[in-house]
Every structure is written in C-alpha cells, then in structure tokens.
Design a protein around this ligand. Structure first.
Ligand code: S3P
Length: 436
C-alpha cells in the first residue's frame, strides 16, 4: 500500500443525509452471476471499490465484456453458464478474500487452467477452507503451503455435487461451493454451524434458480442456466456503519444513510448499537433484487457497554473493528466473544484493534476469540496505523473524531478497497479530517 495517511481532530454535531457505495458482497456476486447469464444486463449501484474492481478485471480476463468501469449502470454481457475462457495471465484479486474464494469455486468447474493471487495480505489468508471442499467435488487445486495459500493454481475439472458440513460459518465458503455447484453434476449442499450472510442465495433466487434452505443447510442442483436480468445493488451496511457510529458517539449529531441493505444477516451492528442504548432507526423500508433496503438514521447517544451475544457474531462479522471503537465511548465494559474468525480477516482484527485503540488510551483486552473494551476512559489522539486493513483505518478515524488531540493514521490507501469517497463523506458531515 502507498504511504497515504490521515489526520483527524474532534468535531461535534455531525449532520447530513448521504449515500454509501453499493454493498461489496452483493457487488461481487452480481458481477459473477451476470457474467454467467444468457444475455446482457446492467448493474445499478455496483461498488466501485478496489476489491470489486479486481473481480471485474478478472472477469474481463476471462473473456466477459463489461462496460467502461465508470459507467452507471454498468453493462455486462453474459457469457452463458460455464462460458468463461482461459485467461492469459494471473488473476489478481488484490485484497479481496471474497473475490478469490468465490471465483475459485466457479473456476474449478471451467475446463481450463487459471492462477489466482492477490496482495501480500491476501496471500497470508487461509484458502484451505475452500480448496479442501472443492477438491472433494473433484477440483484440481494446487497452492503454496501444501495447497492452502494463494497463489492458487486451478486445473478445471468436471465436478460432482457434495453434501459438505463446513466447520466455520463463512459466506465465502458457502458461496464458493454453491457457485461451483451451479456447474457440477447433481446436488451441492452446504451446512454451516450458524447461517452466514445469504446474498448468494437471494440473488440466485432473483435470477430464477431454485435454492433450497433447511435450517443451516443450503442446496441447489447443478446445470440450470438462467437468463440475464438487470440488477440493483443496495448501499453497503458495513460502510454505513462507520458514519452511523460516528453519529452515535459525537455530541449533537444526526446522520442518515439512504438505501442501505438491511438484510438481517448483516444488521448485527445496528442491533448491538441499539442494545447499547444507541438511537438508530430504519425508515422507508423496501426491497431491491430480493434484498431488504431502508434508510438508516443514527443520532448522538448515551451508550452503555454490553456482553455481545455470540449468536450475533455472523451478522456482525465485518463490524467488530467499528464496534470496538464505539465501545470506547460507552459507560462500562463491552465484551465480544465467539469471534475467533476475526483473526483471519484483512488483518488479525482482535490484535490490531487491541493494539491501536490502546494507543488512544483505551483499555482493551485481547481474548482468544474476541475483545474486552472498558469504556468511558480518558482518550487522546495518537499516531496509529491501519495494518493495511480498510476497516481498521476507518474505525480509527471515527474514534479520532471524538477525542482530544490529533489522531494520525498511517497507511490509509486500503480504505479505497471498500469505501472510495469515505474521507470526503466524513468531511461533508462536518468531521475535521485531512487525508492524502
Ligand atoms: C463476505 C463474507 C465474510 C465477510 C467478508 C465478505 C462475503 O467473510 O467477512 O467481508 O462477501 O461472502 P467470511 O465468509 O470469511 O466470514
């Protein structure tokens, strides 16, 4: 990552109504499924973050015709089910776990050779969780460290559906297998300990592909082609969370984010914020492409710490950095447990948040599977770093916007992987932030 950095000072009274980028998870899925449809479509509201852009580039390298990256909506010419062509070079997914894992599933079932890689952070993240079950379906996948780390080399093969019990609740694992299952013979079923985000299932249904759900098992039958349909991606709740948290912890603030995806598998942070005493409300509820959408408003709140129920972990999984930062401003202790998955995200988010919030004066204890944050302590701006993790950078910016002194955040280029425009939006609401 480049040497970009941010400087933040306290500001009260954040106010405004804004929109955030299209949901990152849905954007990856919309692109992948549109590229395999029969016929062309347009995608409205696609995320223009670096992660989704890398998936778009990979699709182009696989022979899919997409409109220019800046077009809104973005046209996609579907190549038909199984219609991708062998890429001439390495497919680079940058920082994106979703990009590489979902594409690995589909590529495993295409009859050609492909190599999937990413940046130095992605090359450290576990790939066994998708490579192993895909191999059980008949895939030929090699990789570093005994086939468990990227770069991954895939020699496409004829796959057969399996019934797989995943040891982790992971939408990336589930979706990778379901996408492979679309091209596999027979039925593919994935069972998780708890249900992860269900965007793949919803989008498949929207496109007319039957998906069966029973408890925590999702299944489909391979070989069903679909016709292209225009798609609309709602705003990303994981991006909105930063602006809404900033409103909740800043005096006299009120911020509305319009058109946010409020799929219940994604709204854990808003539920937790409410349980902490946060003033959060959803209005104008509606639906887009099978996803529930609403405007979400948060206002200055008197927060208290809580024990976060482990049952809320899957639907909060990307919001623990901002939750930890928010908890600094709550009376009493907030305890997060059952979240060991945080250790294998863009950074080890348990360690990085403990470390960085500690620099601001926060009393934060690292637990094997979570964090304990003592709120209400005196805090002061300090020199922090993102560890190359977009959500760590944005969480530190939000915390820094409410405390005395200047908070400096090193290595902020990563923010553009998910939330280009974050700094301008924050400034537009009244925050005192300089980035560059
Ligand atoms: C995602 C699933 C989650 C999440 C990630 C996006 C997805 O990861 O943390 O940001 O789009 O499927 P896991 O599947 O590893 O939990």
């Amino acid at each position: 990552m480049s040497a970009r950095r941010a400087r933040v000072r306290a500001a009260a009274g954040l106010r405004g109504t804004v929109r955030v980028p299209g949901d990152k998870s849905i954007s990856h899925r919309a692109l992948i499924l549109a590229s395999q449809a029969a016929g062309g479509c347009v995608i409205h509201g696609l995320s223009r973050g670096g992660d989704v852009r890398n998936t778009a580039r990979a699709l182009r390298a696989l022979g899919v015709a997409l409109g220019p990256w800046g077009s809104e909506p973005l046209p996609v010419a579907g190549a038909g089910l199984g219609g991708w062509r062998e890429p001439a070079g390495v497919l680079d997914f940058g920082n994106s776990g979703t990009g590489i894992r979902l594409m690995a599933g589909m590529l495993a079932a295409h009859p050609f050779f492909s190599v999937l890689s990413g940046d130095r952070y992605l090359r450290r993240r576990p790939m066994r969780r998708v490579a192993e079950p895909l191999r059980l379906m008949g895939a030929h996948i090699a990789g570093r460290a005994g086939g468990t780390l990227a770069p991954l080399a895939i020699a496409g093969a004829r796959l057969a559906g399996i019934a797989y019990r995943s040891p982790v609740s992971s939408a990336q694992v589930k979706s990778s297998l379901l996408l492979a299952g679309l091209l596999a013979a027979g039925e593919t079923a994935v069972t998780e300990p708890e249900r992860s985000r269900d965007h793949t299932e919803r989008l498949l249904r929207f496109l007319g592909i039957p998906v069966r759900v029973s408890g925590t098992t999702v299944s489909l039958t391979g070989g069903t082609a679909w016709r292209a349909r225009d798609l609309t991606v709602p705003g990303d709740p994981s991006a909105a969370a930063f602006l809404l948290a900033a409103a909740a912890i800043s005096p006299d603030a009120e911020v509305t984010v319009r058109d946010v995806c409020v799929n219940p598998t994604r709204t854990g942070f808003f539920e937790i914020l409410r349980a902490m005493g946060g003033r959060v409300r959803f209005t104008r509820r509606r639906e887009a492409c099978g996803e529930p959408v609403a405007d979400v408003t948060a206002a200055a709140s008197d927060l208290r710490g809580i024990d976060v129920p482990p049952s809320l972990v899957p639907q909060t999984i990307d919001e623990f950095p901002i939750l930890a930062a928010t908890a600094l401003f709550a009376r009493g202790t907030t305890r997060i447990t059952g979240a060991a998955e945080l250790r294998v995200k863009e950074s080890d988010r348990i360690r990085t948040m403990c470390h960085e919030l500690g620099k601001l004066g926060g009393r934060v204890r690292e637990l094997p599977d979570g964090l304990e944050i003592e709120g209400g302590r005196p805090l002061r701006g300090a020199a922090c770093t993102s560890h190359g993790d977009h959500r760590v950078a944005m969480s530190l910016a939000v915390a820094g916007g409410t405390i005395r002194g200047e908070t400096r955040i090193a290595d902020t280029a990563c923010v553009a992987t998910s939330f280009p425009g974050f700094w301008d939006l924050l400034r537009g609401l009244g925050a005192r932030v300089v980035e560059g």
